[in-house]
Design a protein around this ligand. Structure first.
Ligand code: MRU
Length: 354
């Protein structure tokens, strides 16, 4: 992705791994939009903490970072008790955030690769496999997101106004993004587009991160309060919606950032197409419906405290579910790296995945 710092533009991935030192480097998302900093994670414990505290966030970015965390664990484990160290590291990384399925998909994929090559008792060989497989997964995600952009771009007409929720951009992935990728490509192809970025309470991924990405890309946009989406939809100002997903069930129900469900219902009510951009790694073929997706509950402080200042009376409590489930009936299509599908067709894609 393009990052403009002062007057220069540089290309960055959200997260990458330096195998020589075993260091993960990533864009520190809690510092954006005002400060652009690269965080360095030296071991899998720091990596787990970065995922939990959302220094890195977004389903594919979480998955790829955890994969690099497994590589760190393999490289840094003691020779004795290697297997136990690795399994504990995997458990720790998996315990960070429950909803995004990429986290589990990536960790299990690397562990299976190690097991299947009979390397679970061979630290050096296991480390080699974990490094190369995690790098491969990162590259696959970047390529998948670019394809999503190409397929999604075909759904965007010149002068379209597009609504998105949360940040499903390059920052939530390795590069390109899921929901934002079609917008990047539409812009690069010379289409005039306008993006409504929901601010996305309580953590403001829309106003802090999506707006930052759109600015870097030169895409015209406006930030709206979450509860303003219906107003703009009813007024005929929104041509289509594109959002991301943390986990999609086999029947096409979609768990995404809290507030996605109400946007989908509003879009349905106002006859506005509602697309979900989903790399295949975010589809959980093991579960049938959205009701089975674990929903993360985060600290009430994210709701009660803004910029370090409590905004609610002392003594009031808050509920803070981080995701909700949009039933498949509200989803017009799911944009993947292998094409755009009706939610009911998703289950047929199982054979395409690694
Ligand atoms: O809590 P977050 O910021 O990790 O939630 C992110 C989202 O809900 C995104 O829409 C989703 O992960 C897709 S990111 C490409």
């Amino acid at each position: 992705m393009k990052v403009k710092i002062n007057n220069t533009t540089k290309d960055y991935r959200t997260v990458w791994f330096e195998p020589k030192t075993g260091t993960i480097k990533l864009i520190h998302q809690n510092k954006l939009p005002h400060n652009f900093e690269i965080a360095e994670l030296k071991n899998h414990t720091e990596t787990a903490n970065a995922i939990k505290t959302m220094i890195v966030r977004g389903a594919p970015a979480i998955g790829v970072t955890a994969g690099f965390g497994i590589a760190q664990a393999c490289m840094q484990a003691p020779e004795t008790e290697f297997k136990k160290y690795l399994i504990d590291a995997a458990e720790l990384l998996k315990s960070t955030r429950p909803t995004a399925v990429d986290l589990f998909y990536v960790i299990d994929r690397i562990l299976n690769k190690i097991e299947n090559s009979d390397s679970i008792d061979n630290k050096a060989r296991a480390a080699e496999i974990a490094v190369s497989e995690s790098q491969k997964i990162a590259d696959e995600n970047a390529a998948a997101c670019k394809k999503i952009g190409e397929f999604g771009n075909e759904l965007i007409r010149n002068n379209d106004k597009i609504l998105t929720h949360c940040n499903a951009g390059a920052l939530g992935c390795v590069d390109w993004g899921t929901a934002l990728s079609p917008m990047r490509i539409a812009k690069q192809e010379g289409k005039e587009i306008f993006v409504f970025a929901d601010e996305t309470r309580p953590r403001f991924q829309g106003s802090k991160l999506t707006a930052w990405e759109l600015l870097n890309e030169g895409i015209e946009h406006g930030i709206i309060a979450d509860n303003a989406a219906g107003y703009f939809m009813q007024g005929g100002e929104v041509d289509l919606c594109i959002v991301g997903t943390d986990r999609t069930s086999a029947c096409g129900d979609v768990a995404n950032k809290i507030g996605t469900y109400e946007k989908a219902v509003l879009a349905y009510e106002n006859d506005i197409p509602f697309y979900v951009a989903a790399p295949l790694s975010t589809i959980d073929f093991n579960i049938q419906t959205g009701g089975e997706i674990p929903i993360e509950e985060r600290s009430e402080d994210e709701v009660l405290v803004v910029n370090g200042e409590r905004i609610a009376p002392e003594g009031s409590h808050a509920m803070n579910p981080a995701f909700d489930v949009t039933p498949a009936k509200y989803v017009t299509g799911i944009i993947t790296e292998v094409g755009v599908f009706k939610p009911g067709e998703i289950k047929n894609l199982k054979s395409v995945i690694n």
